[in-house]
Design a protein around this ligand. Structure first.
Ligand SMILES: C[S@@+](CC[C@H](N)C(=O)[O-])C[C@H]1O[C@@H](n2cnc3c(N)ncnc32)[C@H](O)[C@@H]1O
Length: 125
């Protein structure tokens, strides 16, 4: 599945889009206050949003309730390396935006995430 354009992309570099459906499972790693998680959820995806920082997750929980998206976006405190222990099927969409350069072990993070990306799905970083 190919969906979403980077907010940093110019219009001319945008890719064709394929909106998520209610069957789309998405993982947002380093979700912060949940902007992209909620955009996915608003378009119908079932989202697991994780972040290592409880401060941001509190903001995200508040926003999820305000936006009426709490049932479509599950927020969990998890660091990217802890995803190795996640008992979940691979996701159709994986967002890993603005996190890589924060990490001490970026390649380990990519190795950890790779099995969580379903074949043919998207991973943006
Ligand atoms: C620059 S923000 C990007 C937020 C969002 N993805 C975006 O693109 O707007 C980086 C986020 O990554 C989170 N983060 C940093 N290290 C992390 C880690 N090891 N595991 C999960 N999240 C992490 C931070 O708490 C922060 O919310």
């Amino acid at each position: 599945m190919r969906w979403a354009t980077s907010r940093r992309s110019s219009g001319s570099r945008s890719r064709p889009t394929c909106p998520p459906t209610s069957a789309t499972r998405a993982l947002d790693i380093g979700c912060n206050a949940g902007f992209y998680s909620f955009e996915l959820a608003r378009r119908g995806a079932d989202v697991l949003a994780v972040d290592v920082d409880e401060h941001y997750l509190r903001q995200a929980r508040w926003a999820a309730a305000e936006l009426g998206l709490a049932d479509r976006a599950t927020l969990r405190r998890l660091g990217v390396y802890e995803l190795a222990g996640l008992d979940a099927e691979p996701f159709d969409v994986v967002l890993f935006l603005g996190v890589l350069y924060h990490l001490r072990h970026p390649l380990l993070a990519l190795d950890t995430i790779a099995p969580l990306v379903a074949a043919g799905s998207s991973c943006r970083r």
